[in-house]
Write a protein that binds this ligand. Sequence first.
Ligand SMILES: [Zn+2]
Length: 153
Amino acid sequence: MGQLNDVGEADGWRCWLCDEPVDPDMSPNDPRGASVDTRITKAKAKKKKQGKNSVPPERLAHKSCNTGKGGNDPVVPWPEHLIVVDPAPIIAATERLERKGGREAMARCPSQDDADSVAAWLIDRLSRLSPELKLRAEIASTGGQYLVSLHTA
Ligand SMILES: [Zn+2]
């Protein structure tokens, strides 16, 4: 339990995948109970074989959200209230930014307002998903749409 508490504290008792609160007092057998997700994605597993980053970061997840044991790549969902076209896979894009920095196109939006909402959501969401990554969002008008991209600082 000590490890679970440490990971829970580090993630503020919020699930790293669905971004909803996790109740530390709920039974670990409950699907909404707390569990430790060992974050090994394909990119990280490859790195691990090369001997770098040998300890993958552990994250707090609901038992039902935890992908670590299933061997599937974790997925961070885009919220339904955001109007986006061609949304990028959030975890894959975040990992590329962590690895090499630079810029990732995240989504296109039909209006500037939508793009502003998407940019604000992404910055907030990634501040918890990858706290060490310092990002800014940019919105570019292209062909009647608004492209939201993230840039490392
Ligand atoms: Zn969850």
